[in-house]
Write a protein that binds this ligand. Structure first.
Ligand SMILES: CNc1ncnc2c1ncn2[C@@H]1O[C@H](COP(=O)(O)O)[C@@H](O)[C@H]1O
Ligand SMILES: [Zn+2]
Length: 367
């Protein structure tokens, strides 16, 4: 049975800005994939990290390798993408930016182009089927594949930005942070920027990336993934923090991912409050809801419980995420209207709407 808090967090309209497609596959969908490919001898313990379990970041990347074996045809991609979109919508996500690394597979005939097209097709089908969430796509550059592939990926993203009716909106830089150096990707990322693609870059996910982060900030990125080790208290620097603040670059923060992947020691030690207290734009995200066995509702609930956020503060947090999205102004406006309409539904009877004007002002902030 869903308790009152769970209901609140699920009903809360939410924006998901940091979700890797293949990391977001649910147990139910995994079951279907495993049944399709029994010869691979894969079981669930190899595709997800359950409650209370931890893995090193290295081990997390092994999990992705297993998942990639299960998703290697256009048909798999279409099915997986549609399921992931539906699950986010069921969890109350009303705007979703999915990201994924184009892969080719000579055994199945999958090409990088067909990879991207399958995802675009899934997004279109969900729209036709009235799945209640607006979806955009970021094409991911995997740092493990080097500079040349990064440039090809950006070209692919550029082509589909023009050929997808605005569904492809940006480029992500991700992959094992201990592999490769950001400087190798600067030309590709600069090219992406110049042709109008937005940049969402994983930065300072591990402590050794300080110099790389300084370099990537010169672009600058439009959003930062994790940014776990940017601030001086954890070995980053004040000048990094100052630059992120000057440019007002939103942070995509993924609590469960960071704790389960052991880049952060505990929920209490997460960098969310550091940035939140500065009034810096922070967006709660899942990263890999399948691999880390989480949902965006759970992430909001966890952040509220760990850092003592009121429901009004949680509402403001979810609403501010609209402004951090890569959607057009028109879509952002529609989302703002949607949030305004949903406010009384999420805060019934005892809501801030019915309280003293001061509470109303706090609650309606930015509407
Ligand atoms: C845990 N923290 C993380 N840090 C860096 N990159 C990550 C990641 N989680 C996922 N990815 C990136 O996303 C890919 C899986 O989705 P796609 O196959 O692209 O859909 C991973 O292989 C990795 O490159
Ligand atoms: Zn990520």
């Amino acid at each position: 049975m869903e308790d009152d808090a769970e209901l609140f967090y699920r009903q809360l309209p939410k924006v998901e800005l940091h979700a890797h497609l293949n990391g977001s596959v649910s147990v139910a969908t995994m079951e279907r994939l495993i049944a399709r490919k029994p010869h691979l001898n894969i079981d669930h313990s190899m595709t997800a990290i359950l409650k209370g379990q931890r893995r090193t970041l290295d081990e997390c990347f092994q999990v992705f390798k297993v998942i990639h074996q299960l998703i290697d045809t256009e048909e798999d991609l279409l099915m997986v993408t549609k399921s992931v979109i539906r699950e986010f919508a069921e969890d109350g996500v009303r705007y979703l930016e999915l990201r994924s690394t184009p892969r080719a597979d000579s055994k199945t005939g999958l090409t990088k182009r067909r990879y991207v097209e399958s995802i675009i097709e899934a997004i279109r089908q969900c729209k036709e089927e009235n799945v209640d969430t607006e979806v955009r796509f970021l094409v991911a550059v995997d740092r493990r594949n080097g500079a040349e592939v990064a440039m090809e990926t950006v070209k692919l993203a550029e082509d589909y930005m023009l050929a997808s009716d605005g569904l492809v909106v940006g480029v992500d830089l991700s992959g094992d942070p201990n592999v490769g150096h950001g400087k190798d990707f600067l030309p590709a990322l600069q090219k992406a920027r110049n042709c109008g693609l937005k940049l969402a870059l994983h930065m300072s996910e591990v402590p050794s990336q300080k110099e790389e982060s300084e370099l990537l900030l010169t672009l600058p990125p439009d959003r930062i993934g994790h940014g776990t080790f940017l601030h001086p208290e954890v070995g980053g620097s004040q000048s990094l923090v100052d630059r992120v603040r000057e440019k007002n670059i939103p942070l995509e923060l993924c609590l469960t991912s960071n704790v389960k992947g052991q880049t952060v020691g505990s929920y209490q030690k997460h960098h969310f409050p550091y940035w939140y207290q500065l009034g810096h734009p922070c967006v709660l995200c899942t990263d890999d809801k399948g691999v880390f066995s989480t949902s965006l509702s759970m992430e909001y609930q966890l952040a509220a419980a760990t850092f003592g956020l009121s429901r009004e503060a949680v509402w403001t947090l979810s609403q501010q995420a609209i402004g951090c999205s890569f959607a057009t102004d028109a879509v952002r406006q529609q989302l703002q209207q949607r949030w305004a309409l949903l406010l009384p539904e999420v805060f019934p009877t005892s809501s801030c709407l019915h309280r003293e004007p001061t509470a109303l002002q706090t609650c309606g902030q930015g509407l």
